[in-house]
Design a protein around this ligand. Structure first.
Ligand code: CA
Length: 437
């Protein structure tokens, strides 16, 4: 578990003024990673680190003499069009680069002019999916989501008996993971109305969001060698925002017996920025279970996990309809929760995934599953917010929504803040629904 060190000092300020603004997602204490290039250019994508409203270009930085040792090695690995090589290096390299960047970017740093020459404004950048994602596994770690959904699909038996014992997951699709800003056509598929004799091929009428976090695997494990709870977090590079769009009408017809398929694999949108576990260290909170719930089996338990295996990350979902966009109105908040309510932690996801010997590889992504909080206004999907489409969500301009309409744009936001620590933000994760093809 990463402990607090000089890079977390809330008193640290950058010579870059925008990094010191109170509401900034990317102060000196954050330093998240993305891959980027200048918009509309033929430049190669390369790794970058956010600071204020700028990006430290790792390819440019690696060409200077500003870094050495493990930090230089990490910057060179991060200069590639995808971050897999950097992810594979492990925590010692990531932490060395973070420390070196913190020292270069803080007030009073030497070589400020040389560092400044490596900055690119975020306003002129475009982003790509930060890793070549070999495999995507989606978990189901919110007991509140599992219960709310279960009530609708199985009113008599909402929470299946395995839920509190085994971290539930399934293998998703990596090829359709896209970066924030993507627009995608409403999916078509087989749907069957409850009173219909046969299914029909149709555009989904129950298109939904799923508020999740995406977990990027750093160093992997050899096939056959499980990762233990003690080591699990050392295999995690960082976390991003993830909207795992879902077509509920397709899902309801296809999901038995093998689980979701075309209802989930048409698009999954992630934020460009990946926040490291080291940056999140001030926001660790204890992992707890209600006393009358089963405690995790020993292979999913550790003292460190109990003490601080969960993260208090604030999450918000915003919706901007076509009408709002045309009126120049910003998105309206439809849900607000925290990642701390998850029933299983990052370390438990990684450990459980590999207990059978399954190998994780650098750049693999694990989804947390929809992160609904304890009350319905903290739900991370329309199917919960609207109780299966029965109670529409009211928007400030008088419009209502049960599920998404064409032209709707959804934005996820995430951030951490508390007294005595610097704010750490995830930026935004946008996606827009286009008419079906
Ligand atoms: Ca999902």
């Amino acid at each position: 578990m990463a402990l607090l060190n000089e890079t977390h000092d809330p008193a640290l300020r950058s010579w870059l003024a925008s990094a010191n603004a109170a509401a900034c997602d990317f102060p000196l204490q954050n330093l998240p990673f993305a891959v980027f290039r200048r918009q509309g250019s033929a430049e190669a994508f390369r790794g970058g680190v956010a600071i204020g409203d700028q990006i430290v270009d790792l390819a440019a930085l690696a060409q200077t003499t500003l870094l050495n040792g493990a930090a230089q090695q990490a910057a060179q690995a991060g200069a590639a069009p995808k971050l897999n090589a950097l992810m594979a290096l492990g925590p010692a390299a990531w932490n060395a680069l973070r420390l070196a960047l913190s020292r270069l970017l803080r007030e009073g740093a030497s070589h400020q002019t040389d560092t400044q020459a490596c900055l690119v404004p975020q306003a002129v950048a475009e982003f790509d999916v930060p890793a070549q994602i070999g495999d995507y596994t989606d978990f189901y770690t919110s007991v509140h989501h599992a219960t709310n959904i279960g009530k609708q699909f199985r009113p008599d038996n909402p929470l299946l008996p395995n839920y509190k014992w085994v971290p539930i997951g399934y293998h998703g699709r990596a090829s359709s993971i896209v970066v924030s800003g993507h627009a995608f056509p409403r999916p078509r598929g087989q749907v069957k109305a409850p009173d219909a004799a046969v299914p029909v091929l149709a555009a989904s009428q129950r298109l939904d969001i799923e508020l999740e976090m995406g977990v990027f695997i750093g160093t992997g494990n050899a096939l056959g060698d499980p990762i233990t709870m003690t080591e699990a977090e050392n295999h995690v590079f960082g976390i991003c925002l993830l909207n795992d769009w879902s077509a509920r009408d397709l899902q309801g017809w296809e999901y038995q017996p093998l689980g979701p398929f075309l209802s989930k694999n048409f698009a999954s949108t992630i934020s460009p920025w990946v926040v490291t576990l080291e940056a999140l260290a001030p926001y660790r909170v204890p992992f707890t279970r209600p006393a009358d719930d089963p405690q995790p089996l020993p292979y999913l338990d550790s003292e460190a996990n109990r003490a601080g295996g969960a993260f208090d990350i604030q999450l918000q979902v915003g919706l901007q309809t076509t009408q709002m966009r045309q009126a120049g109105e910003k998105d309206a908040s439809i849900s607000r929760t925290s990642y701390r309510h998850a029933y299983w932690t990052l370390a438990q996801m990684v450990t459980h995934h590999t207990i059978n010997g399954c190998n994780l590889q650098p750049g693999d992504m694990l989804g947390t599953g929809t992160l609904s909080g304890p009350t319905l206004d903290q739900a991370g999907a329309f199917i919960e917010l609207t109780q299966g489409g029965k109670k529409p969500v009211a928007l400030p301009n008088g419009e209502t929504r049960t599920y998404l309409l064409d032209g709707d744009a959804v934005v996820l936001r995430g951030w951490c803040e508390k007294p005595g620590a610097a704010r750490v933000g995830f930026g935004e994760c946008w996606g827009t629904v286009l008419p079906a093809k």
